[in-house]
Design a protein around this ligand. Structure first.
Ligand SMILES: Nc1ncnc2c1ncn2[C@@H]1O[C@H](COP(=O)(O)OP(=O)(O)OP(=O)(O)O)[C@@H](O)[C@H]1O
Length: 607
């Protein structure tokens, strides 16, 4: 076992050690520079103390004080120059650590070829915790800055304590004890304030007590209460209960404040005791002026034992580091999709789903699903909520692997292909529209560094967004961000048209290469006319791609070349619209029910 791993096992429970490891990994050079400048900057106050004593003894002895004065001035200037350098390095290191943490989190999320890790509770939990821990006030960066203050403070206190002990052995013990007492008084106040704010209990008691008092003193309400037998004494009792809670909290706060004052007095007393002892030694001729000066200055050097602000930054920020370091292990425990070396063929004819089964955890979501999808034909998947339609879509894109059965592209298992390559051929519009806080053009062509604006406009017009395009103040450059003064928001239906344009743009950019288009509830927010136009466009689309349409609206899917009805993860009916409508099928029942409602809605629009 090497020294580092020994240290790590000993200190692994200490979050601060995790911060150090993260900092070393993020920027070893900045850490080395920070350590060097910390040591130098920390040496300055004790050197100043000793040089002060040396100057005093030179002057008392009538000796030339040039050398001692030079050291004194150098120690003073060194402290003035090195401290800001050290602090700047700490800020730079904190920024680098935060940047490294952010990049690492992004890289970890992107590392697997599929998305199984994003369905893994443990990984998602760790990711959320790490994310929460790396934003806000108490971040890993705050812990780095805190450590960069705590370490020199402790070191400087230790060195001055050693110097002080050389003159009065008991003085560092008395001073350190008084500072510890003071710290514990301040810490208990801060802890109580944080706990009180987090629970909100105190403020709730105060507002309830205020409300009850207002009720009891209000003349009209009081008259009402007096007329209700027993109501007023009951309310008075409630008010007194609340008030005693508030008073108890106030008394505890006063006690803590008093404890702080007493602790402060103990600190002052300890300093006076040490100063008196030094002067007494001088009176008895045991200490010269130099020794008295050194003792008095060394006393001030131990003051850093009382700082607790930086400690809080470490205490609250350091757990973030542990969360971030846990992430790779959490990712390692997830199951990624299997990927192979084969490139995706430029064109393909069939995608076969063979006896596929899938479950997110133990419960099966899909069972024995057999389907054949052909380029140039469209497949619609319908079924009740939770039937497994979106899960089937995820399996088709190769983002998840089935737990049973296989998916094949022209007879070759999907696991033999480069899965990232396959994903890039899948054009998916999910139920949840992703709204990028960017320009309209960037929303149609996200990820394209310089989108082809003519193509973006064409896609928008084909998606039925012509009116939107003409209405927006800056056309394609309009910022779709309602929170910004220059930005605008779109309605649900308008967003859906933008997403359709996104698909059309993506398909255009794939050129002649085969693709799989999956539209999951693409018309849920469209009005009746827009939906009709979409259906027409979808039929055109489906002639050049393999198209899968998932929808609850059966009027949208009727034009598909094949329709499958999923029920609790199984395909229970399959055929064209006419085939399914010609028999006593569940599909036919559902269609007739919906058609009735659809007709009524259309009549409303036409009126
Ligand atoms: N990430 C997940 N983790 C665990 N269970 C999930 C997850 N996603 C979906 N499920 C479950 O799998 C089942 C099928 O969900 P899926 O989203 O595929 O159904 P759906 O047919 O698309 O439903 P809807 O019509 O409501 O969109 C549901 O019981 C759902 O609760």
């Amino acid at each position: 076992m090497n020294v580092l791993s020994w240290l790590r096992t000993r200190l692994s429970g200490r979050a601060a050690f995790e911060v150090v490891l993260l900092a070393v990994r993020a920027s070893p050079r900045t850490v080395a520079a920070l350590v060097l400048f910390t040591v130098l900057a920390t040496a300055m106050p004790p050197l100043f103390v000793l040089a002060g004593g040396w100057v005093a003894s030179d002057i008392t002895a009538g000796a030339p004080a040039l050398a001692s004065l030079t050291v004194l001035v150098c120690a003073y200037l060194g402290g003035q120059i090195l401290t800001p350098v050290r602090q700047t390095l700490a800020v730079v290191l904190a920024r680098r650590v935060e940047h490294a943490v952010r990049s690492e989190m992004l890289a970890l999320v992107d590392r697997p070829a599929g998305i199984a890790h994003l369905h893994d509770d443990r990984f998602v939990g760790s990711l959320r915790a790490a994310q929460a821990a790396s934003s806000g006030y108490f971040t890993v960066g705050a812990a780095v800055r805190g450590l960069a203050e705590v370490c020199p403070g402790r070191l400087s206190a230790l060195v001055t304590a050693v110097i002080l002990a050389h003159y009065l052995w008991w003085a560092p013990i008395v001073l350190a004890g008084s500072w510890l007492l003071y710290r514990s008084a301040v810490r208990s106040e801060v802890r109580a304030a944080v706990a009180g704010r987090e629970s909100g209990h105190h403020s709730e008691s105060v507002s309830r007590a205020d409300y009850l008092r207002g009720l009891l003193l209000d003349s009209r309400r009081s008259a009402e209460l007096i007329l209700m037998p027993g109501a007023r004494p009951w309310l008075v009792g409630r008010f007194e209960d609340r008030w005693s809670e508030v008073s108890a909290a106030k008394a505890a706060r006063n006690r803590r404040a008093a404890a702080q004052v007493w602790a402060g007095a103990v600190v002052v007393g300890a300093h006076l005791l040490v100063a008196w002892a030094a002067l007494d030694q001088a009176r008895r001729g045991e200490f010269g002026t130099a020794a008295v000066l050194v003792v008095l200055q060394a006393m001030a050097g131990m003051e850093s034992l009382g700082w607790i602000g930086p400690e809080y930054m470490v205490e609250y920020g350091a757990p973030a580091a542990a969360e971030v370091r846990r992430l790779p292990a959490a990712l390692g425990r997830t199951r990624d999709v299997r990927s192979g070396p084969r490139p995706i063929p430029s064109t393909f004819q069939t995608i076969t789903v063979r006896e596929v089964g899938f479950g997110y955890r133990d419960a099966p979501v899909l069972q024995d699903v057999d389907l054949e999808l052909r380029t140039g034909r469209s497949l619609a998947v319908v079924g009740l909520n939770g039937a497994g339609k979106s899960t089937l879509a995820k399996l088709l894109t190769g983002a998840l692997d089935p737990t049973r059965g296989t998916l094949e592209v022209d007879g070759v298992p999907l696991t033999e292909f480069d899965r990232r390559g396959w994903l890039s051929r899948c054009v998916v519009a999910d139920q949840d529209v992703i709204r990028y806080p960017l320009s309209l053009a960037a929303n149609v062509a996200p990820g394209a560094p310089s989108p082809d604006l003519a193509l973006v406009e064409k896609a928008l017009r084909e998606a039925g967004a012509d009116l939107l395009l003409d209405r927006l103040p800056d056309g394609l450059d309009t910022l779709l961000l309602p929170e910004s003064a220059q930005g605008v928001d779109l309605s649900g239906g308008e967003w859906q048209r933008v997403v359709l344009a996104r698909i059309l743009y993506h398909l255009d950019s794939l050129g002649n290469r085969s693709s799989l288009v999956i539209l999951d509830e693409p018309t849920a927010s469209l009005d009746v006319r827009a939906e009709e136009r979409f259906n027409q466009r979808f039929s055109e689309l489906a002639t050049s791609t393999t198209a899968v349409l998932i929808s609850h609206r059966l009027s949208t899917v009727r034009h598909a070349d094949e329709i499958v009805l999923l029920d609790r993860g199984r395909v229970i009916e399959q055929g064209t619209h006419d085939e399914l409508m010609s028999g006593p099928t569940r599909y036919a029942q559902m269609f007739r029910r919906q058609a009735e409602r659809f007709r009524a809605a259309k009549e409303d629009v036409d009126d």
